[in-house]
Design a protein around this ligand. Structure first.
Ligand SMILES: [Zn+2]
Ligand SMILES: [Zn+2]
Ligand SMILES: [Zn+2]
Ligand SMILES: [Zn+2]
Length: 197
């Protein structure tokens, strides 16, 4: 039956079938072409995403490796309590207008800000300043000492620093020297005073 139909096809039928096949072929070609183009676009998008990630990663790496690059603080005053000029210690509290003072100063001022007369609330910690104080490193002020100490440890280092200058314990003697030389100084210059002790 089918065979018969096929044989009986008119030339018009052949033309229709031929053109349908042609259209199908053209559609196939278009499909393949579009597919390749879409793949290319996706590749470009993927590549740009990868590039973005790489750039971000590199930036992060650069930031990590430059974590040791030091930042100089030109004015050490910013690390001090503006009221008593003592080094700020963690925790650091601020008034509701953001003025800082050390904890003893807040207590002395009855928790009223000396700058703006507003109260300090002890839940208002200044975490940013605490971070700065924590990260700050200072060089020991004693001549000869090459130590670089964290700012929070400065006062404890000053108490132990072998380069700290000590004044002669004898009244009216303004001589100062390192602690290791002090005994020799007293023995050499103040024998009489020592005898009197
Ligand atoms: Zn203070
Ligand atoms: Zn204030
Ligand atoms: Zn020192
Ligand atoms: Zn002396």
């Amino acid at each position: 039956m089918l065979m018969m139909d096929f044989i009986n096809l008119t030339s018009f039928d052949m033309f229709m079938i031929g053109s349908l096949l042609l259209v199908a072929f053209v559609l196939l070609i278009i499909y393949i072409f579009l597919n390749i183009q879409i793949k290319k676009v996706i590749d470009v998008i993927n590549l740009s995403i990868i590039m973005d990630l790489t750039v971000t990663a590199n930036k992060r790496l650069a930031r990590k490796t430059s974590a040791h690059a030091s930042v100089a603080l030109l004015d050490q005053d910013v690390l001090e309590c503006p009221i008593c000029c003592e080094p700020l210690k963690i925790p650091i509290f601020q008034c509701i207008n953001g003025h800082l003072a050390c904890t003893p100063c807040w207590k002395k001022g009855k928790n009223i800000c000396p700058s703006c007369q507003k109260p300090v609330k002890y839940e208002f910690r200044c975490r940013a300043m605490e971070k700065v104080v924590e990260a700050a490193r200072v060089s020991c002020p004693n001549a000869g000492c090459k130590k670089n100490i964290s700012y929070t440890n400065l006062s404890s280092h000053e108490g132990q620093c072998v380069f700290a200058q000590f004044y002669s314990p004898i009244r009216d003697c303004n001589y100062s020297c390192l602690s290791k030389d002090l005994f020799n100084h007293v023995r050499a210059n103040h024998r009489a005073a020592l005898r009197g002790l």
